[in-house]
Design a protein around this ligand. Structure first.
Ligand SMILES: [Mg+2]
Length: 417
């Protein structure tokens, strides 16, 4: 029996990167827009797009030149992660008016536990509406908010109607709403899991909830039990308390690939891309240099591997972080199966005063190497090789079990920013 006593919101910024760009450059509202990696158009990959570009068939992850063939008027702007982080922070300050239980999930999503806020601010739906309006009126971007009695259903709700909408999944209606959705809509059900479920005759979330747990455990191990509980509305995981661990102890990012990777070279290229966003985050948060690098790897059978190590000296350089990650990868990954997802996190930040000792020479070749990395990934795999990068702060990768037992979301995340 689910616990119906909590009230959880999941708030998701719509088309986030593209929305921030349109906010800063209102003329971009009138044109199909693609936000690309920080390199020239010719080599760029679409990281996010606005609605006009989406309706012209532009896809996240495809090379810009190819998107441009489908949509000749497509305009590109380079991704500006520091700008996105500052808008994200401003939105979180709005959330903080209603609760101190705010748990970020990537740069553009948060869970909010408003169970105790209802006496002051109204029902969950009313709080969600107030947040929706405040974000739109005060910041100028939109959110979709899901309201439910647990995190999993709240997340499902925020995906059901966008942009600029509130969707409630209640104890009364969850069987008529959530249970009718495809199982693959459930958080943590990626393509591989969806295929396994479909073999078991499970198409919808309701099918998953009603399947005998024993069958799921037999076929999917511990994940089977967990997914069954999620589908049944029995997710009891708490929303983290804002301010608990406010000091940033770790910065990380992970990527899931559309196609499994079979060579070290490809893994290295992915590490370079991830290291770039981690390095941007280090610099944006003025965290200095990191003395420790951690990696997580998930193979195509959803086995997880993790390890941490130290670069020769503390670094904030993307290429150095990537090569350290690569050394860790070589020492921990047995190559029994292809690689599905990789993540990098850095921690143990050096004090700001120490920074001048190291100079900036190591920063120089960063852009070139990233540009080359994206180009080579594309040559090898064509479109849509990169599903999406999520900027994860503080917790998930920081709490990764270094012996390799688990990473929080093995199949990465789906959908757009
Ligand atoms: Mg979003």
């Amino acid at each position: 029996m689910p616990d119906f006593s909590r009230c959880i919101l999941h708030s998701d910024l719509n088309n986030f990167y593209a929305s921030v760009e349109m906010l800063r450059h209102p003329e971009l509202r009138e044109v199909p827009l693609a936000v690309c990696g920080s390199f020239e158009d010719r080599h760029g990959v679409v990281l996010a797009k606005n609605m006009l570009a989406k309706s012209a068939g532009v896809k996240t992850g495809e090379p810009f030149f190819q998107a441009k063939k489908k949509c000749p008027q497509l305009v590109s702007v380079p991704a500006d992660f520091p700008a996105y982080l500052s808008v994200s922070q401003a939105v979180r300050e709005i959330y903080a008016r209603f609760t101190d239980r705010i748990e970020p999930f990537g740069i553009d999503e948060c869970w909010l536990d408003v169970t105790g806020s209802r006496l002051l601010f109204g029902t969950g739906r009313q709080i969600a509406e107030r947040i929706r309006l405040a974000v739109k009126n005060e910041i100028g971007v939109t959110v979709s908010v899901g309201v439910s009695f647990n995190k999993i259903f709240a997340k499902l709700g925020s995906d059901m109607k966008k942009p600029d909408a509130v969707t409630e999944i209640t104890p009364e209606n969850y069987k008529e709403t959530a249970w009718k959705l495809p199982a693959s809509d459930l958080l943590y059900v990626g393509n591989a899991t969806a295929r396994k479920l479909s073999v078991l005759g499970i198409a919808t979330i309701g099918d998953l909830a009603l399947k005998e747990e024993g069958v799921l455990t037999r076929e999917l191990g511990k994940w089977g039990k967990l997914l069954h509980d999620y589908a049944a509305g029995e997710d009891r995981s708490p929303v983290a308390l804002a301010g608990a661990g406010r000091e940033i102890k770790s910065v990380g990012n992970s990527l899931t690939c559309y196609r499994d990777l079979t060579t070290e070279e490809d893994v290295h290229l992915l590490f370079l891309l991830l290291a770039d966003s981690v390095a941007a985050r280090l610099s944006e948060k003025k965290l200095g240099r990191a003395a420790t690098v951690k990696i997580s790897v998930t193979d195509s059978e959803l086995n997880h591997f993790g390890k941490q190590g130290k670069p020769a000296r503390p670094t904030r350089n993307a290429a150095v972080i990537a090569s350290c990650a690569m050394a860790l990868f070589r020492s921990v990954y047995p190559w029994e199966h292809p690689v599905r997802a990789v993540g990098i996190a850095v921690c143990d930040f050096a004090e700001a005063e120490q920074l001048t000792l190291f100079g900036d020479a190591e920063e120089e070749d960063k852009e070139d190497r990233l540009d080359a990395a994206v180009q080579r990934m594309r040559e090898k795999y064509g479109n849509r090789v990169l599903q999406r990068a999520t900027v994860l702060e503080d917790k998930r990768l920081a709490e990764m079990d270094i012996k390799g037992a688990h990473v929080i979301h093995p199949e990465g995340r789906r959908g757009d920013t």
